[in-house]
Design a protein around this ligand. Structure first.
Ligand SMILES: Nc1ncnc2c1ncn2[C@@H]1O[C@H](COP(=O)(O)OP(=O)(O)OP(=O)(O)O)[C@@H](O)[C@H]1O
Ligand SMILES: [Mg+2]
Length: 293
């Protein structure tokens, strides 16, 4: 058997020498696929100590896939550098991670398949754009309902106050939802502000499709609705994933009320959540065996 890729999992915050039990199923699948396991101190990485975060990774033991909790794009770049200093590489580099993880990075390739979106930079903890600036920004989205999020996450659990805008034409209402969103995100606001045209989706949940080197190797439910796993039509999404050209990504697909499958968002597969019991054996087998590029 040829050399398998390794997997860098998060360590258990309570026991640095053990993997985080939240990822036990994935670790078992990675081991079964013959991949080496190494551990990352995610808390140390997010605190700015990238060298300390990878201190347990053996020298010259790469290449690695990362698998674990989300990492802000700038911290991922520090992870890449710290691993490089130990003679190890990541199979998804920092530029690729940012492209899949943040909406402005993947939007162009999925234009036409995903709700129309606009964005602007906002500093974490900084002020939201002024109301007239927002009005100009959303003009291409029309006057109907909209969705507010940052480059990575929404506040969907605060739907009415910080996520959903009933009418983008109501600039006062728009500014109020945006202000609340920016305020609640605080220092955790990722990249900037995204505004999207709202599209009515049918009940039935989102399918999370896992792509490795352009192939759909697994379809799971979205972790929010683990009991619902729709079976989407994938041909146009496959083309867009090919254009994006990244090695391990996810796409979340929802059926619009008019019967068209839509891409709700794209993610870096390394940090996409997977519902318990989804069966990741084939996914990890594909990842372990993925060739050098
Ligand atoms: N443009 C849209 N039109 C209709 N519904 C939307 C739109 N954007 C988001 N939603 C709804 O809001 C939910 C959260 O949006 P989104 O997935 O973009 O945010 P998120 O916080 O990154 O979620 P997660 O990472 O948990 O998937 C979606 O699952 C979908 O139900
Ligand atoms: Mg989502």
């Amino acid at each position: 058997m040829s050399e398998r890729n390794g997997f860098l999992f998060c360590a258990d915050p309570l026991s640095a020498s053990r993997p985080d039990p939240q990822f036990a199923e994935d670790i078992a699948a990675a081991r079964a696929a013959g991949g080496r396991i190494a551990l990352l101190d995610h808390d140390a990485l997010l605190a700015g100590d990238a060298a300390g975060a990878v201190a347990r990774v053996a020298r010259d033991s790469g290449p690695y896939w990362y698998r674990g909790w989300m990492i802000p794009s700038a911290r991922y770049a520090q992870l890449e550098t710290a691993l490089g200093a130990r003679g190890c590489t990541l199979l998804t580099d920092a530029v690729g991670y940012r492209r899949a993880h943040e909406l402005p990075g993947w939007y162009e390739e999925f234009d036409g398949l995903t709700p129309r979106s606009v964005w602007c930079a906002v500093a974490p903890g900084g002020p939201p754009p002024a109301a007239d600036e927002l009005a100009g920004l959303v003009a291409p989205l029309g006057t109907g309902p909209g969705i507010v999020k940052d480059f990575v996450k929404s506040r969907k659990h605060e739907w009415d106050e910080a996520c959903y805008v009933p009418a983008l034409a109501d600039h006062h209402q728009l500014a109020s939802v945006v202000d609340r969103f920016v305020d609640l995100q605080g220092d955790f606001l990722a990249g900037g502000l995204v505004l999207r045209a709202f599209e009515p989706f049918a009940a039935g949940g989102e399918a999370r499709v896992w792509w490795v080197d352009g192939e759909a190797v697994l379809v799971t439910a979205h972790p929010d609705t683990p009991g619902l796993r729709p079976a989407p039509e994938l041909s146009s999404v496959r083309e867009a994933v090919g254009r994006l050209g990244l090695r391990w990504v996810t796409t979340d697909l929802a059926l619009r009320e008019d019967g068209v499958w839509r891409v709700v968002e794209v993610g870096d597969g390394q940090v996409s959540g997977c519902p318990a019991g989804a069966g990741t054996a084939d996914l990890f087998a594909a990842l372990a065996a993925a060739g050098a590029r």
